[in-house]
Write a protein that binds this ligand. Sequence first.
Ligand SMILES: [Ca+2]
Length: 194
Amino acid sequence: MTISIRDSVPTLFVSLALTVPAALAGCGGATTAVEETTPVQETQAATPLIIGGAQSNFGGAELATGFLPDPHQVQVVSGATPTDAVDINSLSLSPVNSGACRGYSTREPDYIVRVTQPGQLLRFFVNAPGDTTLVINDGAGRWWCSDDDGGNLNPLIDIASPPPGQYDIWVGSYQAGANIQGVLSVSELTTSTP
Ligand SMILES: [Ca+2]
């Protein structure tokens, strides 16, 4: 199920300031200067990865703590397409887990999870017969990255005290041009492993 409801909709303000020159005030037929201010921009750091959208390559899910089955699993294909490729290493994402931000992905996330009621842990990992990577922008807008933390070149990310909100998830390919079929898992259990 693809999620179409966004947590917060960015609001662009355009204020129109009507300025009447003092010398013309009160005079009939006075010209009115209309000043349009610059729209207020979102302060999110510039990145080609699309955050907070409704589109993803392999759908999405809404999860609350205690979800079943656990792990929640989805079939994915890692990496980018010829017309849509992002070099994750070039983005300077500064992940909170100090993980390795590597590989190649599309701009749109591969999967979107909306966490409505968090538990104590969310574990994300990929099981694939090749070298995949994982990038997550969590419900609080924080970045998380992994390359091989799940063993056998599989990425794994543990988010303790996960915030509610939208999680945008990218499954990258370590090598440019590679597309690897795999399974993305979301779990609340530390016993779940790739
Ligand atoms: Ca890897």
